[in-house]
Design a protein around this ligand. Structure first.
Ligand SMILES: [Zn+2]
Length: 461
């Protein structure tokens, strides 16, 4: 077996891996780097040229795993694309909207990077997805396969449709197995139950390392954080303020709405509190609801659309009305990027001490979300949203809550205990995260070989 990383190896950006398994070439995930634009955001697909590509598997619909798929499909048009059904449904919305966004950003002058695919290409992919159910093997054998080679999807929690992939087949007369966790959550979330894994042992484990450098993540439980968020929202509403919860469109926003539903039912917050939502998350909620009986759920009766929601008014009198009474705004983007609803809602709310801005996910360094949290930690901190307007005093309550869709690092090491790999390849994490994971795995399992791959460097496994 040979492994090659096409994505960045020192960061959590684009996920894209090539595996050669007994003469068959597989590409696992086709992510785009969210920190780059245009062709610079793509994995170096030219590295695929001398290698076989018989099949493509995309594990979930996050941009850093799916975003470059239309380009990869253009490069290797003969390779079938395997996804779960919910991932196909989400991709049918997300890829065309990514194409529209790429075009719009050029038009608005916010980038000079040419779009890497258009809406038609993204929409056409909807006809070619090969969808599979969980726990149901499908063939991944290429034309030079030595014998049967199968893929099996395992529920990965994380976000709707997310799967881990088990590859099982023959190489040089020997049966071998590889498991790719992709992004995984070992603990139950609010809507989705915990991830499921194959029985060990396996030969190779491709293991995500997102939270490998985050010792704090282990100290938080979802239950305690949920209670703290409920109490914080209740305080804001009681003092007549508004609360903003900036969210990512896929995953966190549906989770937050499910929590708000529970807060209302349990009387933590008044049941008639208006909740405003906007944008792509509404279409995504529909996919969550349509698949609630056919995919793993903690409560198959729960529907995201049953949580009373008002569409965030675009402006004018209706928007002023929304800001004149206690309410909750659950809007994108999660890191408060400019020109997104959460950015403009935060701008309106930030100077009033009755209000609360509650982050429920990670904000990367330098993002407006991170800058706001830093300003709030200072005495009389200020933040500039608009140069013409000048700096605004941060008087609203700004808090961060920990609701990760990723397994924390001890849980990641537990996956190794559970499926007993002979070799581990650490992927999707910063260098520091992977170093910690390598050490922790080797302490517990000195006989396991742990690899930290470099981009473009092939590893024999
Ligand atoms: Zn993800």
């Amino acid at each position: 077996m040979r492994y090659l990383s096409l994505g960045d190896t020192d960061d959590i950006s684009a996920s894209c891996h090539h595996v050669t398994f007994g003469g068959t070439g597989l590409v696992l995930d086709a992510g785009m780097d969210p920190n780059q634009d245009g062709y610079a955001a793509l994995p170096p697909f030219e590295l695929l040229k001398p290698r076989p590509v018989d099949h493509i598997v995309v594990t979930h619909a996050h941009h850093d795993h799916l975003g470059a798929l239309p380009v990869l499909a253009r490069e290797v048009p003969h390779a079938p694309i395997h996804v779960s059904r919910p991932t196909a449904m989400l991709a049918e919305q997300l890829l065309p909207s990514s194409a529209r966004l790429q075009k719009r950003r050029v038009r608005e002058g916010s980038t000079d990077a040419a779009p890497v695919f258009d809406v038609e290409t993204a929409e056409a992919l909807g006809y070619v997805y090969d969808t599979h159910l969980l726990d149901s093997p499908f063939s991944l054998a290429g034309s030079k396969a030595e014998g049967p080679l199968s893929g099996t999807f395992y529920h990965a929690s994380h976000v709707l449709g997310a799967v881990g992939l088990l590859v099982d087949g023959y190489e040089n007369g020997t049966r071998r197995r590889l498991f790719y966790t992709s992004d995984t959550s070992v603990q139950p979330q609010t809507i989705l139950p915990e991830a499921d894994f194959p029985d060990g042992p396996v030969d190779v484990l491709l293991l995500e390392s997102t939270l490998g450098a985050d010792p704090d993540a282990e100290a938080f439980t979802r239950k305690a954080e949920q209670k703290r968020l409920g109490a914080a929202l209740a305080d804001v509403l009681e003092r007549g303020g508004q609360a903003l919860v900036p969210v990512f469109a896929l995953g966190r926003s549906q989770d937050v709405l499910a929590m708000i539903d529970q807060f209302k039912r349990k009387g933590v917050i008044p049941p008639d509190t208006p909740v405003y939502t906007a944008g792509a998350m509404r279409g995504i909620a529909e996919v969550y609801d349509k698949t609630r009986q056919s995919t793993p759920r903690l409560d198959p009766d729960f529907e995201v659309y049953n949580v009373d929601q008002l569409r965030l008014p675009r402006g004018g009198k209706k928007l002023n009305e929304a800001f004149s009474r206690p309410g909750i705004f659950v809007v994108t983007s999660g890191m408060l990027f400019e020109k997104t609803p959460s950015f403009s809602v935060a701008q309106r709310m930030v100077s009033d001490e009755r209000n609360g801005i509650f982050f429920v996910g990670y904000s990367k360094e330098g993002s407006p979300g991170e800058r706001l949290q830093a300003a709030a930690a200072e005495e009389d901190g200020k933040m500039t949203f608009d140069d013409a307007e000048g700096p605004l005093s941060v008087r609203a309550q700004v808090e961060r809550f920990r609701f990760s869709g990723h397994a924390h690092r001890r849980d990641l090491v537990d996956i190794v205990d559970r499926i007993q790999p002979r070799a581990v390849v650490l992927v999707h994490g910063e260098t520091e995260a992977k170093e910690w994971m390598k050490q922790a795995i080797q302490e517990a399992h000195p006989d396991v070989t742990v690899h930290i791959p470099e981009q473009g460097q092939e590893i024999e496994l």
